[in-house]
Design a protein around this ligand. Structure first.
Ligand SMILES: Nc1nc2c(c(=O)[nH]1)N[C@H]1C(S)=C(S)[C@@H](COP(=O)(O)O)O[C@H]1N2
Ligand SMILES: [Mo]
Length: 321
């Protein structure tokens, strides 16, 4: 069966190379190579980012509203350990993702809105209130990172999109182009990548559309030129390289939900007490370290989001799957 095909996080623990081992091995295999890699992905913007038409907006002013309980993950770790199945099911997709052309890039807004429209990414970014926010990200595979995203509140985007009162959900879609994305030639996946939120979730102050990270425009592997960050949910909800926003009355079916509904649901809120069917969610591994930390409900963002789920039957609705 198609769903039996192993994804990255399905590799049995004994086969997976612990990242600390992997990294030290890499550093051993010629310090020169490791240093060169670190420079390409490191604090200096790459050529692609220097050429970005919105480069002048970075670094954006950091909001002091969103505090971390941990160190920011070093850029070299966050930029070299990614989930982006369009470019393969390993974590090392940065090189392959460079094939994606992120300009020109058009974002489409349709469905239940006052008036459907298309807008160029640079015009969109310049219309929006750009800021930097420190957010945690917790992947459903039980690793976590903390990064300085740059972008704008989804709420500001909703004001531009003007959804009708009848809209209950927002469906987001990633680009589809198998000529640049080899993963999209793997026909057992339900491409394109789709994610969704309720309108209430989209309007929550934490929902953030990301255009940059580490004080620069997004490198492709992070989901350039536009990706979502909803830090109280498992990372797979934060869809990358978005091209379309559709407002709808019906709940959209997301990529992983379509592939494996028993394991990945619509809500996907972080909860240490609700295990994945095949592993515990009680702790998380901090990317770039061997540190383990206890997972926190709603990934620590309960004060912002718990109210949205009050009165819902968590088990029946599968709020945390
Ligand atoms: N289009 C698309 N978006 C995606 C994914 C993907 O494979 N394709 N992976 C998701 C998963 S599982 C996670 S954990 C985050 C990872 O984001 P990062 O690579 O920036 O850490 O992206 C999410 N967004
Ligand atoms: Mo993930």
């Amino acid at each position: 069966m198609l769903i039996k095909r192993a994804r990255g996080w399905e590799i049995p623990g004994s086969e997976a190379t612990p990242e600390s081992v992997f990294l030290s091995r890499r550093q051993l295999v010629g310090g020169g190579a490791a240093v060169a890699g670190a420079t390409a992905l490191g604090p200096f913007p790459a050529a692609a980012q220097l050429a970005d038409p919105t480069f002048d907006l970075y670094p954006a002013k950091r909001s002091d509203a969103y505090k971390l309980d941990r160190e920011i993950t070093a850029e070299r770790f966050a930029a070299d350990y990614n989930n982006f199945y369009e470019f393969g099911s390993s974590k090392t997709v940065a090189a392959a993702a460079r094939a994606l052309k992120v300009r020109p890039w058009t974002v489409k807004v349709d469905g239940l809105v006052e008036k459907p429209f298309e807008i160029g990414i640079d015009e969109l970014i310049r219309k929006m209130p750009i800021e930097e926010r420190l957010y945690r990200l917790r992947c459903v595979e039980a690793w976590a990172m903390a990064v300085p995203w740059t972008g704008f509140a989804m709420k500001a985007f909703l004001e531009l999109a003007k959804p009708l009162g009848s809209a209950r959900y927002l469906r987001m879609e990633t680009f589809l182009d198998k000529s640049v994305a080899p993963g999209q030639r793997q026909i057992w996946y339900p491409w394109p990548y789709v994610e969704g939120l309720t309108i209430e979730e989209a309007a929550n102050e934490l929902a953030f559309l990301v255009t940059g990270v580490y004080g620069k425009p997004l490198a492709n592997q992070f989901g350039a030129p536009l990706r979502l960050a909803v830090p109280w949910k498992y990372g797979f909800k934060s869809a990358k390289s978005l091209v379309k926003f559709t407002f709808a009355e019906e709940r959209p079916k997301s990529f992983w939900e379509a592939l494996t509904p028993a394991e990945y649901g619509f809500w996907a809120n972080v909860n240490p007490a609700v295990p994945h069917p095949r592993w515990s969610q009680a702790t998380e591994r901090i990317l770039g370290t061997s540190e383990m930390r206890p997972t926190v409900i709603y990934n620590g963002y309960g004060e912002y989001v718990a109210g949205m789920y009050k009165g819902m039957d968590a088990a029946k609705e599968r709020l945390f799957v």
